[in-house]
Each structure stands twice: as structure tokens, then as C-alpha cells.
Write a protein that binds this ligand. Structure first.
Ligand SMILES: Nc1ncnc2c1ncn2[C@@H]1O[C@H](COP(=O)(O)OP(=O)(O)OP(=O)(O)O)[C@@H](O)[C@H]1O
Length: 650
């Protein structure tokens, strides 16, 4: 035995007999375990053990999901440390290296030292080593040179950090090792820091992947890196129970309730309120639209945390009593996914829309002006996979004299002044695609009969033609009116109604939706210049929430566009919002005639203030020009308005 080996054995024996040591406590405890529990002999030097190929395949298969999630984190880390000759190992919970990143040129030396795919670094087999001690203690540590129990491994310096599964079980270990290293153990401080940071990100990625349908609450002690690199995270279900956590998340929860973080059974399934002063319905207030320094959460032990709540991809099961109507496991087609956040009525409606999308049944969309009927119709068209065009017709906006030729087209020579070669109508333009008939309740009765024939016979007859042309169209119509009532009043053909309303999808008004935060976030992101997405001040946020949104999503979109344009800095302040929101006026439903004249007053006041300019008034009201024209036709103009030029349309 070499003298250095003899000295190493003597030191281990002395320490195990109780001598004081300069070594870290983790090293001393591991040496004791090696002698007392694993019955290893420090005088026996053993080469690194590499498991046979078949066994390695099994270990890799069992860790496949983890390897996939960890891989990009490992590669990024390797790029940072490869120049310093580090080797990266991902070991499973048995200590077997199931993934490896190291310099090709050093392959033989690495394999011999056991820094290789398939090497087993359990404490029972290899004695004190970074992976083995990390698996035993669950803590990150460095085992540097002669800290190793087996003299064979003393040239190595190894740093390991644990990776916990979201259920709190230790799943794997990330190891950063060097064949040769400086004498001082402190030289590995940076490696320890990098390993901890990488495992934190891997745990977060794993938690997010496993809990897509639940809230994920990211936590940090300071707001600076909260949104990009949080220290901890927990997954919370719709009933407010803890469903998963990163291991720092487990530590925070356990500390808050005076529990042991190593006993995940005491944390999982427990109500979040046991650990944090936070109710489920407050989670949306911790989303990213607010500045990080305002997203403060108090833990039950009095510690202050900064939080970032990431909402579920879909409504979580059990969130509200009627959630049974939400087909939680029927994944929405991508086109429909972006239409709603966590609003139960919307999710339920979208699940129905997804099922209807691929059928050729006519669909009738109902909802107030600006509630997103055309957006939904386009999404259904995209999800349907129909190859033809999406053709939208606003039946209220087309002049009655033109509507027939616009819809059905005409042959050459039908009209004096018509196009020489005739014109393809909008219905024919939608052949193979979707015809969207907006404001269908405003279609003149005579045209309703012709439309009915198109639908019944799947043929369109251009003006001047003798024979019909076959068309394959899918009809989606939309209205804010009650077509049943119009039918009883004789203003809408009942037989057309029965053709159009085979399936009805109702869009809730914005004021009834519970996902306004989500919508605000989406719109602000979409409407902002890249990388310059403003947040909202609490006062601005309060104003958005207090408002009644008579113009629904159109009005919200307009309000946020204005606010983004006016915001002077990274935060939208209340004075950046349109005046009507700042005044805190509750707003009126522009679609309803209230009897006391207030609905008329709302749009007429604005029209008057805009000098009769319909486009400007519609923009202010957050409604389309055609909708405003409809109000004008429906209600007429009062005297004040009549003074202006209501016909002006810019
Ligand atoms: N899901 C959505 N996300 C963000 N903005 C939306 C969404 N849906 C609609 N909007 C905004 O609202 C505006 C109006 O939408 P859309 O035309 O679909 O409403 P509508 O119900 O058909 O209105 P109208 O009855 O007045 O024709 C859009 O131009 C867009 O600015």
C-alpha cells in the first residue's frame, strides 16, 4: 500500500473512532456510514464499477422522462463548464449514471475513473462520493479529492446536487466532476452553485410538465428574478390543495407550518392556506401583469415571499360546482385554446365548439356585441380543417340594394354598370370553406328565403343565371338578438332559424367572465412591442376590474391599445386608460334598450361629442361601425345628435 493510502486509511479509522476532524460534517458522517452500515474497508481499493449494458438500458428506460426534461438544462450547464474540463453525470436514485456529457478526447480516462455512462456511484458500492452522499443526505455537496472513502477515487473532485420529483421523492442527482482539480476545496464553490441552479430549473420544468392543469405558484425571497428564475414552486389544484412542489418549495411550506420537508406526505394534499396567507381566488392577482414587487405573499411563519402565479392550461377539475360540464380531458384544438383562460363557462363552450368544429352542422353564435363571435367563428373554421375560405358577411352593414348581388353574385350583363365579366358572390367564395353570417337577425326577409334555398339545396343561383351552381359551405351565423322572438314577431323565418340553430354556442359578456386577468395579459402581450410588455399599476388594474365593459372584448382591446400607446414607462397607470374607465362609470349594455332611455343616451352622447362622426364614436364606444349604425336605425336620433352629421363615416 502506498504511504498516501496508508495515511488515508488511518485518518478514516481515527475519525470513525471519534477523533476531531477538519473535514466537512457531511464527509465525516459518510465515512462513518461506510464503515458502520455499508461494512466497507478503506484499505481495499476498488475500481469504479460500470453496470452491464442490459442493466444500463433498464436504468435509462426507467429514467427516460427525467432524462428528457433534464437534457436541455444539462446541455446548457455543460456549455458553461466544458471549458474547465468538468464532466456532467445525471445519476438515477440508485446512483447509476443514466446520462453523461464529457469531452470525447478524454473518453478512456473518464471511463476508467468511473465518470462515464453506466457508472454506479452508490455509497454502498463506491464509498464516500458526491453522488452517493447526496443520495444519502438529500443535500448538495462537494466530495473533494481525499474526502473520497476509496483511495482509488481520491484524484477526483465531485460536486452533486439532488433532483427531487414533484411528489417530494429524490429522483436523481446531477454531478459535476473533474479528473484533476486545484488543491483547495473552495475552488469548487462555483460548481456547487451551478449544480444547485441547474437542478432548481430541472425541478421547475418537471413540475410544470406534470401539473399543466393546475396553478403553479413560483416563489422567491426577492422580486428581481422571480419571473425568470424563481427559487421555488408549488402546484395547487382548483380546491387550493398542494399537488406538487420543487424541493425548495417543500422547504418553504414545511418551515411555514413547522413540519419536516423530508416527509412530503405531510405537505401533499394539504390546503395551501395551512402554509400561506393566500386563498385560491387570490391566485390571479399574482399573475405577471402586475409588477413583481407588488406580488407579495405572507407565509404562516411570518416570512415574506414574492410570488408569480401561472394559471392552469385549462379549468382544473373541481374548481367550481358545475365543473362537471367541462370536458377537462378532451384537449382543445390549438385554434380554440387561445380564446379563454380559466373561465368555466368559456371552457365548457369551447369544448362543445371543438366537438362541433369537424362536423358540417350549422352553428349559431350568440353574444353581446364585441364578445368575440367572429373570433370564435374563425377559430372554428381553422379547427374544422376545411380548405376553402372563411368569408364573413355583416348582414346589418350591407346596403339592402347590394346585399343580393354581394351574396349571390351575378352573371355578365345582368346589370348596367355591373362588372363586365359578372361577379362571384360571397356565398360562392366560401365554397369548400365557411360562410360567417354576422348579425343574421338583420337580414331582410326576402333574402332569408333565398338563403334558405342555398342551405337546403347546397346550390347558389347567381343573379341572371338559369341554373344553380353546387356549393359546399359550412354556415356559422351570429346574433346578439333573440331569433326566436324575432320569429314569433314575423321578422325572421322560423324555417331558416331551425336550419341555422342546429347547435347554439353562447359567448358570455366580458363582465361575466372570470378570466379577465388572463385576457388582459394576452392582449397586452399581443399589442406590445416585443420585449417591452408593460405591467399594470394596482389602480389601473382596479379600474379595469370595476368597469362594466358594455363593448366587451372589443372595448377591452381598444382600451389596452390606447393605454400601451400612452404609457410612459414600464407600467400602465390609471391615467393611461380611456376616460370612461377612469371615471369609474359602470357602463351600460349597448345592446339593450333599457326603457329609461339610458342605452340611447350612452351612444347618442358619444356620437354627439364626436360631432356625428360614426367611426370616431364607434371607436370611443368600443363597438363596430355597423353596430352603431344598427343603434341609429333601431333607436333613431334625438335632437342633440341630429344637429351633427351622423352620416359622416370616416
Ligand atoms: N379572444 C379574444 N382575445 C382578444 N381579443 C378579442 C378576442 N375576441 C375578440 N377580441 C377583440 O374584440 C374585437 C371584436 O371581436 P369580434 O368581432 O369577434 O366580436 P363580435 O362579437 O363578432 O362583435 P359584433 O357583434 O360587434 O360583430 C376583436 O376585433 C378583438 O379586438
Amino acid at each position: 500500500m502506498q504511504s498516501s493510502h496508508v495515511a488515508h486509511v488511518q485518518e478514516i479509522e481515527a475519525v470513525c473512532l471519534g477523533s476531531l476532524s477538519q473535514r466537512d460534517a457531511a464527509v465525516v458522517h459518510s465515512w462513518r456510514r461506510c464503515i458502520e452500515h455499508h461494512r466497507l474497508d478503506p484499505a481495499q481499493a476498488c475500481e469504479a464499477y460500470i453496470v452491464p449494458d442490459a442493466q444500463l438500458r433498464e436504468h435509462r428506460q426507467q429514467s427516460e422522462a427525467l432524462i428528457n426534461i433534464a437534457r436541455s438544462g444539462l446541455e446548457r450547464l455543460y456549455q458553461q463548464v466544458a471549458g474547465l474540463n468538468y464532466v456532467l453525470l445525471l445519476s438515477d436514485s440508485k446512483g447509476v449514471a443514466v446520462d453523461f456529457l464529457g469531452a470525447e478526447g478524454q473518453r478512456d480516462a473518464l471511463r476508467q475513473a468511473g465518470l462515464y455512462l453506466g457508472s454506479e456511484w452508490s455509497e454502498q458500492r463506491a464509498g464516500t462520493c458526491a453522488v452517493g452522499a447526496c443520495l444519502q443526505t438529500g443535500e448538495a455537496l462537494t466530495i473533494h479529492q481525499s474526502d473520497h472513502f476509496d483511495h482509488m477515487h481520491t484524484p477526483l473532485s465531485c460536486t452533486a446536487a439532488p433532483i427531487y420529483h414533484h411528489d417530494g421523492e429524490l429522483a436523481a442527482v446531477l454531478d459535476l466532476s473533474l479528473l484533476q482539480s486545484p488543491q483547495a476545496k473552495a475552488s469548487q464553490g462555483l460548481a456547487l452553485h451551478l449544480a444547485n441552479a441547474a437542478t432548481r430549473r430541472i425541478e421547475l420544468a418537471n413540475l410544470m410538465a406534470c401539473h399543466r392543469q393546475e396553478w403553479v405558484l413560483c416563489l422567491s425571497l426577492s422580486p428581481e428574478f422571480l419571473d425568470i428564475d424563481p427559487e421555488a414552486a408549488v402546484a395547487i389544484d382548483g380546491a387550493g390543495r398542494i399537488k406538487g412542489m420543487t424541493h425548495t418549495g417543500a422547504r418553504i411550506l414545511a418551515r411555514a407550518a413547522g413540519l419536516d420537508w423530508r416527509k412530503p406526505a405531510g405537505l401533499l394534499g394539504q390546503p395551501m392556506t395551512r402554509f400561506l396567507h393566500l386563498e385560491t381566488d387570490q391566485l390571479p392577482t399574482l399573475m405577471r401583469y402586475r409588477p413583481a414587487q407588488e406580488r407579495v405573499v405572507m407565509a404562516r411563519d411570518g416570512s415574506v415571499l414574492f410570488a408569480h402565479a401561472i394559471e392552469p392550461r385549462r379549468a382544473p377539475a373541481g374548481r367550481v360546482a358545475d365543473v362537471g360540464r367541462v370536458e377537462a380531458d378532451a384537449a382543445l384544438p390549438p385554434a380554440l385554446q387561445g380564446l379563454a383562460g380559466c373561465d368555466v363557462a368559456m371552457q365548457s363552450m369551447l369544448a362543445r365548439a371543438a366537438r362541433l368544429a369537424t362536423r358540417d352542422l350549422p352553428v349559431l353564435l350568440q353574444g353581446e356585441t364585441g364578445s368575440g363571435k367572429e373570433y370564435l367563428a374563425r377559430a372554428i373554421h381553422t379547427a374544422s380543417g376545411r380548405q376553402g375560405n372563411f368569408v364573413a358577411i355583416n348582414c346589418a352593414a350591407l346596403p339592402e340594394s347590394l346585399i343580393e348581388s354581394e351574396l349571390f353574385g351575378y352573371l355578365a350583363g345582368t346589370y348596367t354598370g355591373g362588372a363586365a365579366r359578372g361577379r362571384v358572390g360571397l356565398i360562392e367564395a366560401a365554397d369548400g370553406g365557411t360562410l360567417f353570417l354576422d348579425e343574421i337577425g338583420d337580414m331582410p326577409l326576402a333574402l332569408q328565403s333565398r338563403l334558405l334555398r342555398v342551405l337546403a339545396e347546397s346550390e347558389v343561383m347567381p343573379l341572371g343565371a338559369r341554373r344553380g351552381k353546387p356549393v359546399d359551405i359550412r354556415v356559422i351565423s351570429a346574433t346578439h338578438q333573440d331569433l326566436g322572438t324575432l320569429a314569433t314577431q314575423g321578422r325572421f323565418r322560423a324555417d331558416l332559424l331551425y336550419r341555422l340553430n342546429a347547435a347554439v354556442l353562447s359567448l358570455p359578456a366580458l363582465r361575466q367572465r372570470t378570466d379577465i386577468e388572463w385576457l388582459v395579459q394576452q392582449i397586452v402581450q399581443r399589442r406590445s412591442v416585443e420585449d417591452d410588455v408593460p405591467s399594470l399599476s394596482p389602480a389601473a388594474w382596479q379600474a379595469l376590474q370595476a368597469y362594466h365593459w358594455p363593448g366587451n372584448l372589443r372595448e377591452l382591446d381598444n382600451a389596452l391599445m390606447l393605454a400601451i400607446a400612452l404609457a410612459d414607462g414600464p407600467c400602465i397607470e390609471v391615467h393611461d386608460l380611456p376616460e370612461v374607465l377612469r371615471a369609474g362609470r359602470p357602463g351600460l349594455s349597448l345592446d339593450s334598450k333599457t326603457g329609461d332611455g339610458s342605452a340611447e343616451a350612452a351612444w347618442q352622447r358619444v356620437l354627439q361629442a364626436c360631432g356625428g362622426n360614426v367611426s370616431a364614436a364607434a371607436r370611443h364606444l368600443g363597438i363596430s361601425r355597423s353596430t352603431l349604425h344598427r343603434y341609429i336605425r333601431r333607436d333613431g336620433l334625438d335632437n342633440g345628435c341630429a344637429n351633427g352629421d351622423t352620416g359622416r363615416d370616416t
